[in-house]
Design a protein around this ligand. Sequence first.
Ligand code: TXA
Ligand code: MG
Length: 316
Amino acid sequence: MKNIYSNIYSFNKRVLQKTVKILKDAELVGLPTETVYGLAGNAYSKKALKKIFLLKKRPKKNPLILHYYNFKRASNDVVLNKDFYKLYKKFCPGPLTFVLKKKRTSKIESHAAANLDTVAVRFPSHKVVRSILRNLNFPLAMPSANISSRLSPVNAIDVYNEFKNKLKIIVNGGRSKIGIESTVIDLSKTPNLLRPGIIGLPEIKKIVKKVSTSSKNVKLKAPGMMKRHYSPGIPVIIGKKPKNLKDALIVFGRKYENKDNYFNLSKKGNLKEAASNLYITMRKIKENGFKRIFVAKIPKQGPGIAINDRLKRASK
Ligand code: TXA
Ligand code: MG
């Protein structure tokens, strides 16, 4: 069960019990989800939330996403509306986050939502995190398990490299299949897409007719999304060609040959596959000692919209 990383565990009944106990004691754990790995703590505990912000070096004004087992449990804390139910039915559990009005009777610690009157909620589908959520009587505040502004982790070892032994448990749930963070949609007023993800605007529009993507609101509502984000720790340059072999080039599709400094997100030209390879590839490039990351054109459609969004933020 244990391996050379003394705090990475594969999942079983004993680890479930241990994880639940740690969370009840207001300590933090690293957990797998289908999007990226999260740094989880009790969303009703001020102590746990303080630790999340501290460990991640996260600005206090950047609100967290709360994770629930199902909508019934979330209804204790947030106001669910018609659009929510329609989208929930179609996409949940899964990689979609809803910003909703916080109930006055909610037990959510005000720190979690950065003192806003709205809260972001998500219902992850990964079976490990679902089985943990089912055994808790509080939601999990769970930002991506990385130091603020860095790349989100998609493997248990990525989480270890970020926080080392500061976490008692990192549950290994395999590689996150989706590989980029959830889509965030604000339903607390006229629906507004705040963060693109694997579930795109066209899929959402099939269910909720009027959805805006106005960036004015994004600035106000999601401060964490405006700054430099998703940075691999070396410069990311879009739209230019590499100068030498110390520069890596991220490419997409069949037309690129195999070169030592070329990293293909999907040879088949599949954008979903490309999204799932994005962070892994950027980490690999950095680990292999390249000094800069250049990026060739990636189509701005489907999951390509989210890929381009993350690359643009990484390049800031
Ligand atoms: O896929 C994911 O969503 C992952 C996994 C672990 O679930 N979590 C994640 O959390 O990406 P984080 O904290 O890295 O991103 C949360 C995003 C931020 O951009 C934040 O600004 C936005 O959600 N957010 C949270 N609460 C909000 C609110 N009340 N209004 C608007 N945006 C909010
Ligand atoms: Mg994050």
